[in-house]
Design a protein around this ligand. Structure first.
Ligand SMILES: CC(C)(COP(=O)(O)OP(=O)(O)OC[C@H]1O[C@@H](n2cnc3c(N)ncnc32)[C@H](O)[C@@H]1OP(=O)(O)O)[C@@H](O)C(=O)NCCC(=O)NCCS
Length: 213
């Protein structure tokens, strides 16, 4: 049984390695080298937008291949002409959603935990009158999301429009990020607040310090 399972998983990986890049390139996604796909992500692009996925990125859309499991396949969507989703080299992402009306960028080596939501738009107008049917882009707030390098975003977190997360920082599980998070800190909660900071030491030997030191 174990042998059968191993062979089946190997075949699945080969299938995804062949078919997913073909499908994504066909709809206009720019792919780097040696990207690993577990399952078929859900990707849609508005004409005139870009999605760029860097080298050695791992996108997991299948719960059998990630410890926490995923609620749904990785979703990448550009919503307007000119929108960009830029995923840096060596990023790992399990399930979760990225929606860009202008730009969502993720720096190299980031870990985007299972089922994280990142969007640079409110999707709907805030003004109450006619909101339900108001699809006028100029009434819908948008602001780019910038995630630095080597950032770790905990599972189930939601990153709202306009935020920046600095290099090396961690967002705790189930956090709501509505304001910028500095470099080298751990932040968490709803809304996410800084819990403590890292010393800016080499990455292979990161130390932590209480914030008020
Ligand atoms: C953020 C995190 C890394 C902090 O871990 P830690 O340094 O061991 O933190 P501690 O458990 O010592 O907690 C320190 C403080 O932060 C708080 N805290 C920890 N995680 C938090 C979170 N996700 N949201 C809000 N507050 C959090 C604790 O309650 C504690 O507060 P207190 O000092 O007032 O008691 C960890 O809690 C976490 O969320 N890990 C994410 C795991 C994950 O999602 N992995 C993804 C797999 S796909």
């Amino acid at each position: 049984m174990m042998l059968f399972r191993r062979i089946w998983f190997k075949l699945l990986k080969i299938w995804w390695k062949i078919t997913v890049p073909m499908r994504l390139r066909a709809i206009g996604v720019t792919l780097g080298e040696e990207i690993t796909f577990y399952g078929m992500p859900i990707v849609s692009m508005t004409k005139g937008s870009r999605i760029i996925i860097g080298d050695r990125v791992v996108l997991c859309s299948d719960s059998r291949f990630t410890d926490l499991g995923v609620n749904h396949a990785v979703i990448l969507r550009t919503l307007r002409s000119g929108a960009e989703i830029l995923i840096g080299n060596d990023v790992g992402m399990s399930g979760g959603t990225i929606c860009a009306a202008i730009r969502v960028s993720i720096g190299g080596e980031c870990l985007i935990g299972a089922n994280v939501t990142i969007a640079d738009t409110d999707f709907h107008a805030c003004a109450p009158v006619g909101r339900r049917f108001n699809s006028d882009h100029t009434c819908i707030a948008v602001a780019a999301v910038v995630i630095g390098k080597n950032v770790f975003v905990g599972t189930q977190s939601v990153l709202l429009k306009g935020i920046t997360i600095g290099d090396n920082s961690i967002v705790g599980a189930n956090s709501l990020v509505s304001r910028n998070i500095a470099t080298n800190v751990i932040a968490g909660g709803n809304p996410a607040r800084i819990i403590r900071s890292f010393l800016p030491t080499p990455l292979d030997n990161v130390q932590t310090l209480p914030l008020n030191n």
